[in-house]
Design a protein around this ligand. Structure first.
Ligand code: ZN
Length: 441
């Protein structure tokens, strides 16, 4: 949903107005449109927007309509840094976008349709109660959730966010609210991927009464595809969603995790999106509202959107062959399962454990030496193991030791111990280079 590398992307190349028209045209060509009903769209009102955003934020966005050409030119860099396009039509576009999602939700609540797909722009999931960012001005999905909760029978709402970016604005809007379950699958890259920081990490799980109702599935790297997404759905998303038992599912449907999207660099295919949609349609008596968020490859977003809509219309998803979950995917799902299992009873941590593979691993000399060193340094009872609080700490567990008076000392002397050089010498008889033939030089 945002420009990842400052200065390397042309803004107009990214959030292209054609994103709307290509999806619409492809729905027409595929025959979906003829099976759908158009829902009249109205701009969201100030009252609607204020269910999530502050009056100051509303005023600020509304004031864009008064900007002169000079104001726009002078502020371009300021808004560019926040990944925002601003012009005099921004306020009405943002209100229509939000109103589009809201009217689709109202149509479901009135029973006119059971499922809906809102093709809207600008997107919303980065917009926070106090601020606009990442192409988003008003949080379309969050406002729809709040207004529907206030005015319709939909009280418990699941927001599933499969946009490749973390929906910081949406999670923030419901952080302490147990009536809204927010689940996001996104690239995290140890906090370096947009919107950056720790808010999208797996231990960011909500606050107060809402603790446990924010579920982040943060991918550590690019390249995640159908296998990883469907594995996460089977092991985390669906068990938690069924336990939560929502009245309505709203999907923050960015298609920037789609195969071909240069910002997301992931590989979810149209059948992958169809399978996720099919699973979500088993919840909430089939009440599902899908709202467009990001996605910047016109071909990818339109094919993905058609696959989602066909599924909403009842077509079974195409089968996907050879689903092999990567090590990163298995590891992430397992760690999230461990994090969430204390709160959600339906999570089966054991079934998520990374598969060690069919072949027994050869003894690892480095690990053996590490264990020996640990046993040696802790045996004299003069050293304590220092707890580590960063994400990958488990790799270094027991490897950082300190003296007992560590906290009271003015001077800290740090020793780094390195093993000798490990080299693999081929077994002379077989030329086998397995690790059991590793020698310490
Ligand atoms: Zn995005």
């Amino acid at each position: 949903m945002a420009i990842e590398k400052e200065g390397t992307s042309n803004k107009m190349d990214v959030d292209d107005p054609q994103r709307i028209s290509v999806i619409y045209d492809k729905l027409k060509v595929s025959g979906c449109l003829q099976l759908m009903k158009k829902i009249p769209c109205h701009p969201a009102s100030r009252e609607d927007i204020l269910t999530v955003h502050t009056a100051d934020h509303w005023d600020k966005v509304m004031s864009y309509s008064l900007m002169t050409d000079e104001d726009i030119e002078h502020s371009e860099m300021f808004y560019g840094e926040k990944s925002l396009y601003v012009c005099r039509d921004t306020p009405i576009a943002a209100r229509f976008s939000c109103g589009g999602v809201l009217e689709a939700g109202r149509a479901i609540a009135r029973g006119e349709v059971k499922k809906a797909f809102a093709i809207v722009r600008p997107p919303g999931h980065h917009a926070e109660p106090l601020d606009a960012m990442g192409f988003c001005f008003f949080n379309n999905v969050a406002v729809t959730t709040r207004v529907l909760q206030k005015t319709t029978q939909f009280k418990r709402i699941l927001i599933l966010d499969w946009d490749v970016h973390h929906g910081n604005g949406t999670q923030l809007a419901f952080l302490d609210d147990p009536s809204v379950l927010y689940i996001s699958l996104h690239r995290y890259d140890q906090g370096r991927f947009y919107p950056t920081g720790k808010f999208g990490s797996m231990n960011s799980r909500g606050e107060g009464n809402g603790f446990g109702y924010s579920v982040n599935i943060p991918w550590p790297t690019k390249g995640m595809g159908d296998a990883e997404y469907l594995w996460a759905f089977q092991k985390i998303v669906m068990p938690i969603a069924m336990e939560f038992s929502p009245d309505l599912v709203i999907v923050s449907a960015g298609f920037d995790a789609a195969e071909g999207d240069e910002l997301g660099e992931c590989n979810v295919t149209p059948p992958g999106y169809a399978h996720m949609t099919a699973m979500l349609c088993t919840l909430a008596e089939g009440h599902v509202l899908v709202a467009l968020e990001g996605g910047y490859n016109l071909g990818s977003i339109s094919s993905s959107a058609v696959a989602v809509v066909e599924t909403l219309l009842g077509k079974p998803p195409l089968s996907i062959n050879s689903l092999s979950v990567s090590e990163y995917g298995t590891e992430t799902v397992w760690l999230v399962a461990r994090e969430q299992s204390g709160f959600w009873k339906s999570i089966d941590v054991d079934s998520c454990e990374p598969n060690p593979g069919p072949r027994p691993q050869p003894p690892n000399l480095a690990e053996t030496l590490k264990e020996h060193r640990q046993a040696f340094i802790y045996s004299g009872e003069c050293l304590l193991s220092l707890p580590l609080l960063f994400d990958t700490a488990r790799f270094f567990e027991g490897q950082v030791a300190c003296t007992k008076d560590f906290g009271n000392s003015d001077v800290i002397v740090l020793f780094l111990h390195e093993f000798g050089k490990l080299s693999v010498l081929p077994d002379q008889a077989t030329f086998n280079v397995q690790e059991e033939f590793t020698r310490l030089v």
